[in-house]
Design a protein around this ligand. Structure first.
Ligand code: SAM
Length: 253
């Protein structure tokens, strides 16, 4: 599904510049803006991956490698995580974190495009994408690429902001995300100038408006050739975990 974000002509280019510009504040802003929920969501996500020691996992749109490092711990001993992202600055911050971590030998960060993964078919035991399906220019293509590089039976999972169903959650969340987050973001922006005047933390709520609802996203997983698709909503649907598997008996065409 092509994103229809009207104000963004070239979404990939815009998104790469955006994350380059906020890379050095990204982790701190996540902590502040989610009140620490970010790491709780990641911990629950790890329960759904089912990854085992010794496995090789791909973390797509790995950013500053927070999720990649948690996955690296999960696949020890003997496992490996490859994180891929197209923002050089996010990867620079990520590499510094990896260097300081006890899992530094288990994580490799590489530059590249989620929609054109530079890996052979059937390379990884599983693939994850954290808080990034909203940001890719083509969700279906990204999911197809994740399916392609995963071995038969391997898991493909996304952790992403979502659409709360209940107004008691949805209304305050909409206000927080639409008003408070851009304001908090502006406090932290300096020297920033974007085409159309769209600023990073103003883009954030827009990116969710255009993002498919939970059941529609599950359908995109199925259309990408994945099976056993399901999802779990967290914190009243503010976030959802989508999970699926690559069919074990996939016939190559
Ligand atoms: C919100 S950050 C998420 C980072 C990390 N996964 C996390 O959970 O903190 C989104 C990331 O997606 C990356 N990204 C977006 N589109 C991409 C693409 N087509 N290929 C590679 N990386 C992409 C951005 O550079 C950014 O680092």
């Amino acid at each position: 599904m092509r994103d229809q974000t009207p104000v963004i002509q070239d979404k990939a280019d815009f998104v790469r510049k955006l994350f380059n510009s906020i890379a050095y504040r990204y982790d701190a802003m996540n902590l502040v803006m989610t009140g620490g929920l970010f790491s709780y969501w990641q911990r629950v996500f790890l329960h759904y991956t089912g990854f085992q020691p010794g496995q090789r996992v791909l973390d797509v749109c790995t950013g500053t490698a927070g999720l990649a490092l948690l996955l690296a711990r999960q696949v020890q001993p003997g496992g490996q995580v490859v994180g891929i992202d197209f923002s050089e600055d996010m990867l620079t911050v990520g590499r510094a974190k990896v260097e300081r971590s006890p899992y530094r030998d288990a994580v490799e960060l590489v530059p590249g495009d989620a929609m054109d993964l530079p890996f052979a078919d059937d390379t990884f035991d599983g693939a994850t994408i954290g808080f990034a399906l909203r940001n890719v220019a083509d969700i279906s293509r990204t999911l197809s690429e994740m399916r392609r590089v995963v071995k038969a039976g391997g898991r493909v999972l996304s952790l992403e902001l979502s659409h709360p169903r209940h107004p008691l959650v949805g209304v305050p969340y909409g206000l927080y995300f639409g008003k408070v987050v851009p304001w908090l973001g502006r406090l932290n922006e300096k020297g920033f100038s974007w085409g159309g005047g769209l600023r990073p933390y103003t883009y954030l709520p827009l990116s969710l408006q255009n993002f498919p609802r939970q059941d529609k996203l599950a359908e995109l997983f199925r259309l990408a050739g994945l099976e056993r698709v399901g999802y779990r909503e967290l914190t009243g649907g503010i976030v959802s975990i989508h999970y699926a598997s690559k069919p074990s008996n996939e016939v190559k065409t």
